[in-house]
Design a protein around this ligand. Structure first.
Ligand code: FES
Length: 148
């Protein structure tokens, strides 16, 4: 099959590769770039996005270069926002985007914001607390204030 060239930024680095036109972003990330933090949510291949030219962030791009965890990663650790961890990379990158869109989300905003990501373990309460913890840390306010 003829390949097509795609170019994008992944975790701050420019990437340019040849891919088959049918390639899903998840397979490109996992198999061509060896970024296995993103997990395959389903195998139906009914959805997808055109990622050429996109700026993509995966869990591998969340921590600082020196290994310092992002506030969201700290939040999940501090607030016990994970159990098996399967959903965690997706939850964290979704929460990252959510906090870019809304620096001080309410509990309802957070629950709606992560509603496209499923967790089979936690019941979501500690995920919400983890995101509130991160928002508070990023905004430099006490956790109680961020959770209101
Ligand atoms: S922690 Fe197991 S699926 Fe979310």
């Amino acid at each position: 099959m003829a390949k097509t060239r795609v170019a994008m930024t992944v975790n701050g680095k420019a990437v340019e590769e040849l891919v088959e036109p049918r390639t899903l972003l998840i397979h490109f990330l996992r198999e061509q770039l060896n970024l296995t933090g993103p997990h395959i949510g389903c195998d139906t291949s009914h959805c997808g996005v055109q990622a050429n030219g996109a700026d993509i962030r995966t869990i591998e791009g969340m921590a600082a270069a020196d290994g310092t965890l992002h506030a969201l990663q700290e939040g999940f650790r501090e607030m016990h926002g994970l159990q098996c961890g399967f959903c965690t990379p997706g939850m964290i990158v979704r929460a990252y985007r959510l906090l870019q869109e809304n620096k001080s989300p309410s509990e309802e905003d957070i629950r709606f914001g992560i509603s496209g990501n499923l967790c089979r373990c936690t019941g979501y309460q500690n995920i919400v607390k983890a995101i509130q913890h991160a928002a508070a840390r990023i905004n430099g306010v006490p956790l109680q204030e961020a959770a209101e």
